[in-house]
Design a binder for this molecule. Structure first.
Ligand code: FE
Length: 345
């Protein structure tokens, strides 16, 4: 808070900064209405208006490519590490230097520093990729690691969205770091052998399939679970009656986490304001709002998170993997080739 207040004051009182009205063009894959208030607070504090273009991660990257140097984009917000990495290697982001961002965002949750200095993207919130299971059919110890999902006891039980979806590419990219490529490919083959049905739908559909008894085990990001837990619709809440949640690998490397993150667009004409906006998003106030609004965790260490759904899921805290998230992105081409070889749709 203090850091950001200092920034606001600096902006209000500094002579050059007074002229900082204007517009920031934000390309965002965050489609969460709760972010709205955040953007208006930024505008109130700085006079800088946010003009938002909504699309999904792939749509935004494609658009930036097509627009090239004519792109009006200033800030990019995406919701997956592999996509952020892709934007970086395709040269769509402008690496930036910011003491505020570097001290707020742990090193493993941002891009590796560019050769010329600067960082191409920063994680802004984290989500965990967890296992859900049918409490009526599955003993919890049979699904408490990612490795076990490929073991014979889970034959015919598993539901999971497409292997090529970024959330899974990132999970499998992390597994490649933990197990090495050969063991990971065997593991992927084991997942395919254990599937209750061919991959289809999003994460919520997998939770629903466990609730209905079609599948006994599934994989989902935590915020989809938290959304159901906090739903005002009793039928949605009831979906979770027989669904158990496991944060896998607590006894080994920890549960896989992914990030939502931000970058400055390569051809931004407002880089100073763009950096300021990213800095604003790591202020404690923004972090809480930003993460909590979509039931995620802040990236800034030590912030208290007041989210009953996340608390009830974890019992307070959990062990998350500490891989550099950029390595996860780097593995995605290798992972896609493995998926093709083992017939993981
Ligand atoms: Fe999602």
């Amino acid at each position: 808070m203090r850091k950001w207040m200092g920034l606001i004051l600096g902006t209000v009182m500094g002579c050059s900064a007074m002229a900082q009205t204007g517009v920031l063009n934000l390309y965002s894959a965050r489609h969460y209405p709760t972010d709205e208030a955040l953007y208006s607070d930024f505008t109130k504090a700085t006079g800088i208006k946010i003009n938002r273009v909504d699309s999904d991660d792939a749509g935004i990257l494609a658009r930036l490519k097509t627009e090239g140097s004519a792109s009006p984009a200033d800030v990019i917000l995406l919701v997956d590490a592999a996509r952020l990495w892709k934007g970086e290697v395709e040269g769509l982001f402008l690496p930036v230097q910011s003491k505020i961002l570097e001290s707020a965002v742990p090193a493993q949750l941002r891009a590796k520093p560019a050769d010329a200095g600067g960082t191409a993207w920063f994680g802004l919130s984290t989500r965990a990729r967890v296992v859900v299971y049918d409490k009526l059919k599955v003993p919890r110890p049979e699904v408490d690691t990612y490795e076990k999902l490929a073991e014979p006891q889970n034959k015919g039980r598993l539901c999971i969205r497409s292997g090529s979806h970024p959330y899974n590419l990132s999970l499998f990219g992390a597994m490649t770091e933990h197990l090495g490529p050969a063991k990971t490919e065997l593991w992927l083959k084991g997942l395919v052998d254990n599937m209750a049905r061919s991959p289809k739908g999003g994460d919520t559909d997998q939770i629903k399939a466990v609730a209905s008894g079609e599948c006994a085990v599934a994989v989902t990001n935590t915020y989809y679970l938290a959304r159901l837990m906090r739903s005002s619709n009793p039928a949605e809440k009831a979906l979770l009656d027989r669904v158990g949640v496991v944060f896998p690998n607590q006894a080994s490397w920890g549960t896989h986490i992914n990030i939502a993150g931000g970058a400055v667009a390569r051809y931004s004409k407002n880089t100073e304001s763009a950096v300021k906006f990213l800095e604003y998003l790591v202020s404690p106030e923004a972090q809480n709002h930003f993460a909590n609004g979509n039931n995620e965790w802040p990236v800034v260490p030590g912030l208290k998170l007041d989210n009953p759904a996340l608390k009830s899921m974890t019992g307070g805290a959990f062990k998350s993997e500490l891989l550099p998230i950029s390595a996860v992105g780097m593995n995605q081409i290798k992972v896609q080739q493995m998926l093709d070889r083992v017939g993981f749709k």
